[in-house]
Design a protein. Structure first.
Length: 224
């Protein structure tokens, strides 16, 4: 039976960046299709009891930095723990990713999303800047002018709002990202079976499920 993963991702999350290559590798290993949903976690946080980073207690903010260093060292993924352009605006990037997903397919949308994450967390670039985003689009082998024009159409921002509402309805939530990374095998478990697996993830919010749309699928979350 063909397998599918719905990948709910923040384009600003360091945990999504740390897990990006892992979720692509899992999908490839198990022959699963992978569809990215760059939803607005700023709207999901309050609905799921989470707090945005600036509102967290100083102890939690400090622990987050410690966890990022630990996971950087464990996974060997380059990351600047306190980048210059975090959080970057998603007003341009998210609609472009959604437009690609809906018109060109999942693969180019995921390539751009992961390049945006590397720009923030590795390269000290601001993907919310139009010129920078155009450069990133070109770097993943796409026509920057075409993608930027397409992404500027209001329907994609509207689609993001609808996708975010649907994610909330599907119980996509915020959570302890370190624990989600530690339980990343859950996506692999789900891919090995045709039944939904335990909640788990690879840095973004991923929901692995069979093509038959089995309810209560494998799901995971990311946060800033």
């Amino acid at each position: 039976m063909a397998l599918h993963i719905d990948y709910y991702a923040s384009l600003n999350s360091p945990w999504t960046h740390l897990g990006a290559a892992r979720i692509e590798a899992l999908a490839t290993k198990h022959g699963a299709s992978l569809r990215i949903w760059p939803v607005d976690f700023g709207a999901i946080f309050p609905a799921s009891g989470g707090l945005p980073l600036p509102k967290r207690a100083p102890q939690r903010q400090a622990y987050r930095l410690m966890e990022l260093r630990r996971w950087r060292d464990l996974l060997g993924v380059p990351i600047n723990i306190e980048p210059k352009h975090f959080p970057a605006s998603e007003a341009l990037t998210a609609p472009c990713v959604i437009a690609l997903r809906e018109t060109e397919g999942d693969a180019p949308a995921i390539r751009l999303a992961h390049r945006v994450l590397r720009a923030v967390w590795q390269d000290e670039l601001d993907p919310g800047d139009r010129a920078t985003l155009a450069r990133l689009i070109a770097e993943v082998g796409l026509d920057a002018d075409v993608v930027m024009r397409l992404g500027a159409e209001p329907r994609w921002s509207e689609r993001r709002v609808a996708d975010t509402q649907a994610a909330r309805g599907n119980d996509v939530t915020s959570g302890d990202p370190g624990r989600r990374l530690r339980r990343g095998a859950g996506v692999a478990w789900s891919a090995r079976s045709s039944r939904p697996g335990p909640r788990a993830g690879a840095g973004g919010s991923a929901r692995g499920r069979a093509a038959t749309r089995v309810p209560e699928p494998c799901r995971a979350t990311s946060q800033p």
